[in-house]
Design a protein around this ligand. Structure first.
Ligand code: HEC
Ligand code: HEC
Length: 259
């Protein structure tokens, strides 16, 4: 009898330990789940290294015009909510930092390398959400002829049907598209820089088709002879007159001198 009492007491004590252990484990897991995260990717972990570096570059290169908190000044607009795509477009086409005031910020050699551009973009994106730089663009398998049709209806009135560019009013112009990268084309459609409207109503696939078309035209040869800058009938007519009519006059003069 006494041995069975002892063993049941031992069993009760063992269950007591198990319950205690279970409670401790539960508290441990509960604490881990509820405690503020200390991992670098957690939402409460503060600015990333890229954002901190981007802010430094911003203060040195942009703040004088766009304001120390990027909310804009009398000189330049606020950048709150413009998104990383807009910053990437402006910096990778060298439009910003603006060198001098004119009707339009022209494309130039970029002032920053890729890493710095992404850092500044990350800083601006950390202030407020906005259109982001796409992580990948699979334009190579997109549809060239569908892109051509979309380009002619939406872009050609400003950029010319071969992307050669064209003049707009008040000294502004739509630049030639013969050296833009796929990412810049995408970001231009996404953000609508200056006088260009944005094309966010196009589907992702339509944007890729347009990129495929612009890239195709960039690398295509001119099977009919010289491209003449592909600006259309005006230069073609001019060359026709000067070269064609000029040649006839020369021949006429030569025949005349023989007679
Ligand atoms: C000398 C003044 C000046 C400096 C310096 C400057 N900007 Fe600008 N920025 C402007 C002006 C003016 C505009 C608006 C007109 C334009 O887009 O040409 C502008 C427009 C922009 C836009 C487009 C905003 C929109 O909503 O259309 C972005 C993005 C931008 N700047 C980013 C930057 C960044 C990033 C830097 C620093 C690397 C920078 N800028 C430096 C004057 C400046
Ligand atoms: C109303 C005229 C207009 C239309 C329509 C238009 N654009 Fe533009 N586009 C412009 C202007 C103006 C600029 C220069 C903006 C600047 O300097 O900030 C530009 C700039 C660009 C750039 C940057 C070029 C560079 O050299 O950096 C690309 C790429 C571009 N446009 C593509 C397109 C595509 C693709 C379409 C059609 C889906 C289109 N645009 C429709 C006026 C237009």
């Amino acid at each position: 009898l006494s041995s069975s009492v002892r063993s049941s007491r031992r069993r009760r004590r063992a269950t007591g330990y198990l319950v205690l252990l279970g409670a401790l484990v539960a508290v441990g897991f509960g604490y881990a789940a509820l405690a503020p995260g200390s991992s670098a990717s957690g939402p409460s972990s503060g600015p990333t290294a890229a954002v901190i570096k981007g802010r430094e570059l911003f203060l040195l290169n942009c703040a004088s015009c766009h304001g120390y908190d990027a909310t804009g000044t009398g000189v330049a607009p606020s950048l709150i909510g413009v998104g990383s795509a807009m910053v990437d477009f402006q910096l990778s086409t060298g439009r910003m930092p603006l060198a001098e005031h004119g009707p339009e910020a022209p494309e130039r050699k970029p002032a920053f390398d890729r890493k710095q551009i992404l850092q500044i973009a990350a800083y601006i994106a950390s202030l407020a959400p906005g259109p982001a730089i796409p992580s990948s663009l699979d334009w190579k398998s997109a549809n060239f002829s569908a892109g051509g049709a979309l380009f002619r209806t939406n872009c050609a009135q400003c950029h010319n049907s071969a992307g050669a560019g064209g003049a707009l009013t008040y000294g502004k112009y739509a630049p030639a598209l013969n050296s833009v990268t796929p990412l810049e084309i995408y970001e231009a459609m996404e953000t609508g820089p200056e006088n260009m409207p944005d094309f966010n109503w196009l589907t992702a696939q339509q944007k890729l088709d347009i990129i495929r078309y612009v890239r195709g035209v960039q690398t295509e040869s001119d099977p009919g002879g010289l491209g003449l800058g592909r600006v259309g009938p005006v230069t073609e007519g001019l060359v026709g007159w000067l070269a064609g009519a000029g040649l006839c006059v020369l021949i006429a003069m030569w025949i005349g001198s023989k007679a």
